[in-house]
Design a protein around this ligand. Sequence first.
Ligand code: DGT
Ligand code: CA
Ligand code: CA
Ligand code: ZN
Length: 590
Amino acid sequence: MTNKDVAEKLRKVYNLMQLAGENRFRAIAFDRAAQTIEGLNEEITTHIEADTLTDIKGIGKSIAEDIKAFSETGTMPVLDALKEKVPKGLIDWLNISGLGPKNIVKIHKELGITEITELKEACQSGAVADLPGLGQKSADKIIKSIEYLEKFGERARLDQALNVAEPMFEFVKELDGVIKCEIAGSLRRAKETIGDVDIIVAANADDTGSIFDAFVNHELVTEVLGRGDTKSSVRTENGRQVDLRIVSEEEYPAALMYFTGSKEHNIVMRQRARERGMALNEYGLFKLNKEKETDFDQPVSASSEKQIYNKLDLNFIPPEHREDYGEFSYYEDNETMPLVEGADIKGVVHAHSRWSDGKYTIKQMAEACIERGYEYLAITDHSQTAAYAGGLTVDEVKQQWEEIDRLNEEFSDKNFRIFKGIESDILSNGSLDYPEKILEGFELIIASIHSGMEMPLEKMMARFEAAIRDPFTDMIGHPTGRLLLKREESKLDLNKLIELAAEYDTAIEINANPWRLDLDWRYGNKAKETGLLTSINPDAHSTDGIDHIRYGVMIARKAKFDKERVLNTKTADEFEAWLMKNRRGAVDAE
Ligand code: DGT
Ligand code: CA
Ligand code: CA
Ligand code: ZN
């Protein structure tokens, strides 16, 4: 149970009390308590153990009881009672910006509705505008907020978050008084979705005011959510929240480490500190006193994250590995882990052209690759069954091959090659989508599932297994079929899939499209252990789509892939040799 967990619960009480029409001052006491606990320098659990909760300013006897109950039972009686009183759907209305609890209660009572969808309709029909004290303007504002909620939800994809974070970061970094600055949080850890963006700055106390002024006035900011002495939060044009925290130069390494997370990683780090007679928190590393409490007068000097790790008998752990996914045992013994880099990628594998559902011709795609410094392009349009995506008939495949031959001649003086590939559907029985004599003509075959994705697990695994064992398959495309924040993954046993693929020398792509980022990095340990090969594939449907490779590299690093296990770090000749070898497997099998 963390301070944040407790604060969240108390804030929930505060919100529900307002919806239940409870005494306002009683409600506010819960909000204040939440705020106090968030700002606490020590863990609330130490107060529970020592029975000193009421020593904390703003925490009276009754709230102390609620906190104790929460620590013992995981819930608070006051909260349970409120949940009985307030209709479930109504709680979500609190997320609608510009709609306060008073109006929520009014609309609910007058119109008898509880769901957000009903509220939107009531705003559109004029029913809300007719209520006393609301009017058309309020109704329109509510519609806008609901649409905004529908559009952005609570989390953003990696690309959406970077689009906000990078310009804000570049801007803050250059401000007067900023000594050090770094993006922290889930974005620094290269998670595939991001809740909010966290930026940490080291600056002198005199400079914080002007830095916050500039930050909240940045052109991307649409709303200032809060501004304090050490933290400001804003909402930006496309709906993302950005938190800026300013700390002293001394606190910076520990603060950067703390706010980079993950929470799970931090918990282990704090534990390691205690085992070594120290305390680690967002302010620094300190010695423990005789009572085993943090001795703030005895800081252990550490001027970088690396030094903090070293003091806890660890080598530096790169941010993308801070998930408590095996990093502690690895970095106890190893100085670094070799990881693939953007500059290692030599070829663009998995791209669509106008022949199927891409926006550009093969030639345009090839030129865009050359412009970006790549050596080859594997065009992989959709196969015949994917009619909805313009999948290629056998005739079209043959015409496309002729076009690629022509283009390769044209590009020969540019030292650039186009490979004849296909993204073949895996049919429901597990076979590929063309007769063998056509399959033979492709240099690269990516096998993907695009239909029948809701199969039961066992059938799905049999389907994948057939595709993996098919000697023509070079790699599996977007294995889980997930669309982040939009569509769930198929039911499948990824550990087993990775084992099979490794066994049959079939690669599993890291689909770098930010909607997918599939293979999931959480299976990186398994992939490493089995020696699974991958390829960082943009799944580009346009020239811009080639740049998805960047997100794929972030995820591949998080998933612990080194250059040797990423096929498109090979030169065109090496890549061709790998494909030929894989294909010989096909010939031998006949
Ligand atoms: P997000 O924003 O949901 O994508 O994920 P994060 O990891 O960026 O989380 P966020 O923004 O709530 O907090 C940033 C970091 O601060 C988080 O990764 C770890 C640290 N942190 C926040 N709250 C707690 C806490 O209650 N306990 C510990 N140990 N660390 C915390
Ligand atoms: Ca965050
Ligand atoms: Ca945050
Ligand atoms: Zn696909």
